[in-house]
Design a protein around this ligand. Sequence first.
Ligand SMILES: CC(C)(COP(=O)(O)OP(=O)(O)OC[C@H]1O[C@@H](n2cnc3c(N)ncnc32)[C@H](O)[C@@H]1OP(=O)(O)O)[C@@H](O)C(=O)NCCC(=O)NCCS
Length: 165
Amino acid sequence: MQLRPERPDDATTIHKLTDTAFRGMPYSDGDEASVIDRLRFAGALSLSLVATHGDEIVGHVAFSPVSIDGVTADWYGLGPVSVWPERQRTGIGQALIREGLARLRSMGAGGCVLLGDPAYYVRFGFENDPDLRHAGGPAWAFQCLTLNGSRPKGEVEFHPAFDAA
Ligand SMILES: CC(C)(COP(=O)(O)OP(=O)(O)OC[C@H]1O[C@@H](n2cnc3c(N)ncnc32)[C@H](O)[C@@H]1OP(=O)(O)O)[C@@H](O)C(=O)NCCC(=O)NCCS
C-alpha cells in the first residue's frame, strides 16, 4: 500500500468510495462525498490523501480548516475518511490518518478536531476537551488532538462546505 496526495483525476473515485463507505451507516446523512467536492471547489481541501494498492485507490482521508471562536487558527478538521467496505479493518484507515496527522504536524498545524467514535480515534491521541467545543453534534463524539503549541479554547466551526447543500 502506498499513500499520496490526491491528483485531479482521483476526484470521481474518491466521490464513489466515500459514498460507498458511508452508505447505510447510522451516522451518515448521505452528503459526505459532496462535502469533499465542495471543499475542493472552495480551495479548502487542505490535505487530501489517498491510499493505493497497485493502480487502485483503496482509501481516502480529507482535512480542511476549522475556525475557533470565528477565527482560523491553523487547526484542521479530519474527515470524511473512507475505505472500501471489503478492505476495511486491514489497517488502511489508520495508515491514512497517521500519515495525514504527521503531515499536518510538519506543516506547523496547531491541531486537529473531528466528530467520530472515540473507540476508534483514541489510538491516535484524540480526546474530549470541554474547553474546545462544537455545537453541531454530540459532545462525546467531538474530539481534538494538539499537534504544535498549546490548545486553544473556544467554539469550533467546520468549513461551510460541511453544511448540507
Ligand atoms: C472508519 C474507517 C475509515 C476505518 O478504516 P479501516 O481501514 O477500516 O480501519 P483500520 O483497519 O485502520 O482499523 C481497524 C481497527 O479499527 C477498529 N474500527 C474500525 N472502525 C471502527 C469504528 N467505527 N469504531 C470503532 N472501532 C473501529 C477495528 O475494530 C480495528 O480495531 P483493532 O485495530 O483494535 O482491531 C473505515 O472502516 C470506513 O471507511 N468506515 C465507513 C466510513 C466511516 O465510518 N468513516 C468514519 C466516520 S467517523
